[in-house]
Every structure is written in structure tokens, then in C-alpha cells.
Design a protein around this ligand. Structure first.
Ligand code: HEC
Ligand code: HEC
Length: 687
């Protein structure tokens, strides 16, 4: 009876999707104050699809498959040798033409260009059975090396290009890979749609179930209908190609060691810790946890991690400027969560308006330049393996780790793009609905531009200039994620500096692998603007974990470090907030974080109802509990919404009861938990 009701609900969702295909397919990206809350109507697939639609709209506006542009550059871990040369490859996949233009290649050598279609299930490292096609030689003139190839109309119907490679003349990509460009997951999804197989990716690993033979439209509807999909945690009964891909990606993210030192992505990005980790979490780990690899693998004892800063402050050693000088050239960074990796969060400012360059093609990591190669989220995976997984500091594959297959990259990228919110909030629309006047004041301050927009600087937080709607997109470059030097590095008395002298904790220069930042360190001194909706429960804050509380992080904008920054603080006329105003902005950040915890917990509990095993129900309940605990902690920390705190606590008990019961009792407890969560939400914000 209950199962039947669920099926009906699912069917209703499907029908709604069919009745409104335009809404689903037209790629509208309007921001919403809250993702739809009807029934099962939110979750990973929606996040993924919303993300994908944003990408597709832009791609088609720029010419679609007649104008596919890939950046090419040196690719850490996959390139041979090192090169500063970079450029663009432009494809007309419809007519079968390719043009390549590269700057900075040495003039005294010849260069060839190749395309590679990786064999299914193979590492993206090059192997003999990969399908390789030589496009020709680059013509060198004074500055730019160019090539134009016409391969004919059918060139790309069977050939699914994964990589484009510049090699030394006469060498194959197996022997030499000087510069590399790669396709993205979204482009591969796009191609699958063009080929009438939406979401069925070429090169999926052979272990993947065969695509079924339902009609195209049915598959499309299934793929975009959000039934039983996940943001974090398992997806019960995954069936669509993308659900299967996300499920495989999740498995890989938390279990796959890539034959390295035992770490996985989940070693630092914990599923029950908001996909990040802090010192408190690290405290409770056993001494043989792979996060402590530097403490028990002799080859990693020096220059791999700083165990004291890891244990005290949750800091991880990174070599964003290369592995050339391990003893001197490193930075200590906090682990960012990997939630809400929306197009808004990843898209760089066009034309270097923020002093950065493209590539990197997507903004990842604290500097915005965390990914190797052309700098995409996809390539970040390879960068993370090379950085964090090696058995020795030679960092060579095979031996120290293995490279992922194309299918693994697809799955890991799909999983990461399915995490968390699917759209930015609309703070102005939410404001009148907040029940608490302090939080409403917080919105006013957050969205007040002061003298920059011709107003008074009193009560002007100016936060939205950089964190539009508490996301990562910029007010002046909407939909794009800008870098700034807010001079966090210039703060005196940072905790890590109190523990270690500068040679063990050098200055962090932020973006770029050249130049010296105004505060020292390699780079231009800018850092990438992070999303704020997920901030309150993922402290400590900033790239170096220098501030412990969310109030402290807001108060940073009152500091001399920010207001007298060599970078940006003074440019916007400074920020001066009174103590009450700091608390109001922090209360807003707490509230939106709790609303996101609530949404996520509710999504997880909906999935308990359709869990396919008791183990899965428990796993989902544990994750829901960690979201609910975060909500309570964030509210308690700000002295906010005591009634909602109590409802969250009751919902927690019901969620646990749902997992430990079965059948109708499970559904009953789950529904009770969901009702309580909605009440808690309703105490914070009117529907
Ligand atoms: C040893 C800890 C550790 C491991 C293991 C690890 N990461 Fe990270 N991750 C970090 C740190 C530290 C950063 C910040 C890096 C930076 O600033 O460039 C980060 C940043 C990221 C980001 C950028 C997030 C953002 O908001 O821009 C992504 C994405 C990511 N990691 C994915 C992965 C994946 C995928 C794996 C596994 C293949 C992985 N990480 C393994 C510590 C880790
Ligand atoms: C000029 C652009 C700019 C303005 C204005 C700005 N921010 Fe930021 N914000 C950033 C950047 C860049 C970072 C990352 C800095 C770093 O880690 O070094 C950041 C980081 C943060 C963080 C830490 C997030 C985390 O996960 O660690 C918080 C919280 C924050 N900002 C809140 C605010 C608030 C509140 C305001 C308004 C009072 C504000 N910001 C104004 C650019 C800005």
C-alpha cells in the first residue's frame, strides 16, 4: 500500500517532468530562495542537471559543437617534461575541422599535434590500444605556432576525442606529451545527448551495466527526473546512467586508493564531516588512519605533511607551485568542502578582470588554480592523486600510484558535481520571510554596497560584491567566480605562525606559479572567493584555517589587514561594522547554513524510506544525524531559534528510529522526522 503510494508519487513527478519539458530543458538558471521541496524533488541529479544546463546554455550560445574550445597546457602528472607554453584548440565537430594555436613553444624544435580516443576502461595515461590520430605539424612563426586540419564531416562521429596532445616532432603521444588538452564531463554528456544516448558516456568502464534499450525520451525523462537521487550518501536502486555514474563515483571517492599510500579522497573530504575535515575530527582518528601517512611511512616522513600543524590546526601540505623544491616550496592549507561546485563557483572571470589567467579553466582550490593541466575540476582529481596519494616522493606512476581511467574520471567528476545545493539563493527575496529581526538585519548589511553604489558606508557590509547571494559569484561579474587579495596572509598572530617559524610555515602567495605576492610567497597574492552558504559548519575559516568562529570570520572585514590590504580592501571604500552588525551578518550565515542542513537531512531521510537494505538505511540515517547535529550546533553557537533546536533534536531521534525499524514503522518514523524538520525550518523562515 505504502509502496504503491510512493510509486504514484514518483509517477506524479515524472508526469510533471513530461508536462513541463520546456522548464526542464530550456536551461533557465533563475536563482531560487530554496530548491523545490515537493516530495522527492531535490537531490543530486537535480544539482547535476542544473549545473549541466548552465553549461549547455553557455556552450550553445558560444556556437556549440561548431565551436568547441579546449585550452592546452602543461599537465602535471600526465605531461612529459615541463613547459610554460600554452594555447587553444578549436574544434568544429560538425564539419570536422580543427585549429590549434600555441604560444611559447621553443622555436628550435618541431612539434606535432595528436588526438586520442582512450580505449574503454583504460587509464587516461597513454597506452598502445588507445586510438590515436596525428593531425599534422605545427607551423612556427615569431610568436604563435599554428595548425589547421580538415578531417572531413564524419571525423567525429565515431572518434570520441578524450585528449589533444602536442608532441615533439616525430614522437607519438606514448613517447612524448608536452602539452595536453582534455574534454570535460559536461561535453561528454552533451555528445551523448547529440548521439541520442543522453548520459550514456562512451568509455564507461566495462564493468558498468549495459545501457538499456528504453526509448530516448523515456531515458531523458528518467535522467532528469529526480527520483531517489542523492546529494550525499547512497542512492537506493540507481538505474539511470547518471545515477549509476554518481554511485560509482561515490564509491571511488571514498574507497579507491589508486594503488597509492592508502589514502582516498574521503580521507580528507569526509562524508559525515561536510566533505571536509578539521582538527577536532582528526583528533578522533586512529594512528593508522592514512591521513597520518607521513607518521608511519618512512619514505613520506619529510616534506610530505607537517604532522603538528595537521593535528593542531587541520592543515594539509600542498605544493601548488610544483614539486621542484619540496623543502622550501609548499603551503599549509585547510581542506575546503566540495559542496556546491556549481558553474557559478567554477567559472573564472572572463578576460582576466580579476588579475588571473585562463587557463586554469575552472576555479578550484583556495588559490583558484588548484588543478593541473588546463585547470578543470576533472583534472583536479589527477592533481589530488599526485599530491596526496604517493608511496614515495618521486611521485611516478605506476609504482607510486596509478592514473585514473577515463571512466573513473567521469564518475568522480559526476559525483563531485552532484554534491549539495543546485542553485544559488536569492537573499533579497528571503529577507522578509526570516522570522528573526537580527537575521533580517544581517541580509541588509550583507547586501549593502555603501559608497560604492553612492550610499553611506554606515552598516554597509559590501559582502555581496564578492559573495553574491552568499555564493561564490561576483556582483560585477555575475555567474563568474573572482579572485581577490583580501590580505588574510597579512593578518598578524595567525595560529600556525604561533606554532612554527616561517621556514616551516612559509607565506602563501595564492594564485599563479610565478611572481612574488605583496605579502610574500609565489603567486599574485589573490585567493578564490568561496561559497558562504556552507560556511558556518565548515570552519575554521580562510585558506589557512586562521579564524575559528564564523563571527571572527565576519569581523576579519573590520581588520586593518583587510582595510589596508595591498589588494582589495581599500578599493571598495573599506568595511566598518559595529559589533552588533558583525553578529547580525554571522547570524544570517548561520541561518542559511542551517536551512541547507535541513534540506539535506530531509533529502537523506526521504531516501531511508526507499532504502534497499538495513545497512543502507543506517548509513543514510547516520548522515542525516550529522547534518542535524550540525544544524543544532550552528544554532546553539549563535543563540538562535531555541524552538527549532528542540525540533531538530526530536527529528534526530525519529531519523534513528526510522533506520532501526522496517516496513510501515520505518516510513512512519521517517515521516515524523520529515515533519519535524519542516517545523524547524518554518521557525526560521516562512514558507
Ligand atoms: C590529504 C588530504 C586530501 C586528500 C586525500 C584529498 N584532498 Fe581535496 N583538498 C585538500 C586540500 C588541502 C585542498 C585545498 C587545495 C588548494 O587550496 O589548492 C583540497 C581541495 C579540493 C577541491 C577544491 C574544492 C574547491 O572548493 O575549490 C576539490 C574539488 C578536491 N579537493 C577534490 C579531491 C578529490 C577528488 C580527491 C581524491 C582524488 C581529494 N580531493 C583528495 C585535501 C585533500
Ligand atoms: C573583495 C571581495 C570580498 C569581499 C568584499 C568579502 N569577501 Fe569574504 N572572502 C573573499 C575571499 C577572496 C575569501 C577567501 C580568502 C582566503 O581564504 O584567503 C573570502 C572568505 C570568506 C569567508 C571564509 C569562508 C571559508 O569557508 O573559509 C567568510 C566567512 C567570508 N569571506 C565572509 C564575508 C563577509 C561576511 C563579507 C562582508 C562583510 C565578505 N566576506 C566580504 C572575498 C571577499
Amino acid at each position: 500500500m505504502k509502496i504503491k503510494a510512493l510509486k504514484l508519487l514518483a509517477l506524479a513527478c515524472l508526469l510533471a517532468a513530461i508536462a513541463l519539458p520546456v522548464l526542464f530543458l530550456s536551461g533557465t538558471t533563475s536563482s531560487e530562495s530554496e530548491p523545490s521541496v515537493a516530495g522527492l524533488g531535490y537531490g543530486s541529479l537535480e544539482t547535476f542537471n542544473a549545473n549541466y544546463k548552465d553549461w549547455e546554455t553557455k556552450y550553445e550560445k558560444d556556437g556549440g559543437d561548431k565551436n568547441m574550445v579546449l585550452a592546452m597546457g602543461w599537465f602535471k602528472g600526465l605531461s612529459t617534461g615541463h613547459s610554460y607554453a600554452k594555447g587553444l584548440a578549436k574544434f568544429n565537430l560538425v564539419d570536422g575541422t580543427v585549429t590549434v594555436a600555441i604560444d611559447g613553444l621553443p622555436q628550435d624544435e618541431g612539434w606535432d599535434v595528436w588526438m586520442v580516443d582512450s580505449a574503454p576502461g583504460r587509464s587516461i595515461g597513454l597506452e598502445n590500444d588507445d586510438n590515436m590520430m596525428r593531425l599534422g605539424s605545427l607551423k612556427l612563426d615569431a610568436k604563435t605556432a599554428t595548425l589547421a586540419a580538415d578531417l572531413g564531416k564524419d571525423a567525429f562521429t565515431k572518434f570520441n576525442m578524450d585528449l589533444i596532445i602536442v608532441t615533439k616532432a616525430g614522437k607519438t603521444p606514448i613517447e612524448d606529451r608536452t602539452l595536453i588538452g582534455t574534454t570535460s564531463l559536461f561535453h561528454r554528456v552533451y555528445r551523448s545527448k547529440q548521439q541520442g544516448q543522453f548520459g550514456v558516456l562512451a568509455d564507461a568502464d566495462p564493468v558498468a551495466p549495459k545501457p538499456d534499450n528504453r526509448g530516448f525520451f523515456q531515458r531523458l525523462v528518467d535522467t532528469i527526473s529526480p527520483t531517489a537521487s542523492a546529494q550525499i550518501g547512497p542512492i537506493p536502486n540507481p538505474t539511470t546512467p547518471l545515477q549509476l555514474s554518481i554511485t560509482r563515483g561515490r564509491k571511488s571517492f571514498f574507497n579507491e586508493t589508486f594503488n597509492g599510500n592508502g589514502r582516498t579522497c574521503g580521507t580528507c573530504h569526509r562524508e559525515n564531516g561536510n566533505l571536509t575535515i578539521d582538527a577536532e575530527f582528526i583528533d578522533d582518528l586512529p594512528p593508522n588512519d592514512p591521513i597520518f601517512a607521513a607518521e608511519f611511512i618512512p619514505a613520506l616522513a619529510n616534506n610530505f605533511e607537517n604532522p603538528v600543524l595537521m593535528r593542531k590546526l587541520g592543515l594539509i601540505l600542498e605544493n601548488p607551485d610544483g614539486f621542484g623544491n619540496l623543502a622550501g616550496n609548499f603551503v599549509m592549507r585547510g581542506v575546503p568542502h566540495t559542496l556546491a561546485l556549481l558553474q557559478n563557483t567554477l567559472t573564472p572571470v572572463a578576460g582576466g578582470g580579476d588579475g588571473t589567467t585562463i587557463p586554469p579553466n575552472e576555479r578550484t582550490g583556495w588559490g583558484g588554480d588548484g588543478a593541473p593541466g588546463t585547470g578543470t575540476l576533472r583534472e583536479f582529481i589527477i592533481g589530488a592523486i599526485v599530491q596526496h596519494y604517493p608511496k614515495t616522493l618521486n611521485r611516478q606512476a605506476p609504482g607510486d600510484f596509478r592514473m585514473p581511467t577515463t571512466g573513473e574520471l567521469d564518475d568522480l567528476e559526476a559525483f563531485q558535481k552532484s554534491l549539495g545545493r543546485r542553485a544559488d539563493l536569492d537573499l533579497a527575496a528571503m529577507k522578509p520571510k526570516f522570522r528573526n529581526e537580527v537575521i533580517r538585519l544581517g541580509v541588509d548589511i550583507f547586501n549593502n554596497g555603501g559608497s560604492v553604489l553612492g550610499g553611506s558606508n554606515e552598516g554597509a557590509g559590501k559582502c555581496f560584491f564578492c559573495h553574491l547571494n552568499a555564493g561564490a559569484s561576483d556582483f560585477f561579474f555575475p555567474g563568474q567566480n573572482a579572485n581577490f587579495n583580501t590580505n588574510v596572509e597579512g593578518l598578524p598572530s595567525q595560529p600556525a605562525d604561533l606554532v612554527f617559524p616561517p621556514q616551516l610555515n612559509p607565506q602563501d602567495g595564492g594564485f599563479g606559479q610565478t611572481g612574488i605576492s605583496p605579502t610574500g610567497g609565489i603567486g599574485n597574492g589573490t585567493f578564490n572567493t568561496p561559497v558562504l552558504v556552507e560556511a558556518a559548519d565548515t570552519g575554521p575559516f580562510f585558506h589557512n584555517n586562521s579564524i575559528e568562529t564564523i563571527e571572527g570570520a565576519v569581523d576579519f572585514y573590520n581588520s586593518n589587514a583587510f582595510n589596508q590590504a595591498p589588494g582589495f580592501g581599500s578599493l571598495i571604500g573599506g568595511i566598518r561594522l559595529e559589533a552588533t552588525e558583525v553578529v547580525a551578518v554571522a547570524a544570517l550565515l548561520r541561518a542559511i547554513n542551517v536551512l541547507e542542513n535541513e534540506r539535506s537531512a530531509r533529502d537523506l531521510i526521504e531516501r531511508i524510506k526507499i532504502a534497499t537494505s538495513d545497512g543502507q538505511a543506517k548509513e543514510l540515517a547516520n548522515l542525516a544525524v550529522s547534518e542535524i547535529d550540525d544544524a543544532i550546533e550552528v544554532l546553539v553557537g549563535g543563540g538562535l531559534h531555541r524552538k527549532a533546536q528542540k525540533e531538530f533534536a526530536k527529528a534526530r531521534t525519529s531519523a534513528i528510529n526510522a533506520a532501526s525499524n522496517t516496513g510501515a514503522r520505518r516510513i512512519e518514523h521517517a515521516n515524523k522526522a520529515i515533519g519535524l524538520l519542516k517545523e524547524a525550518r518554518n521557525d526560521i523562515i516562512a514558507p
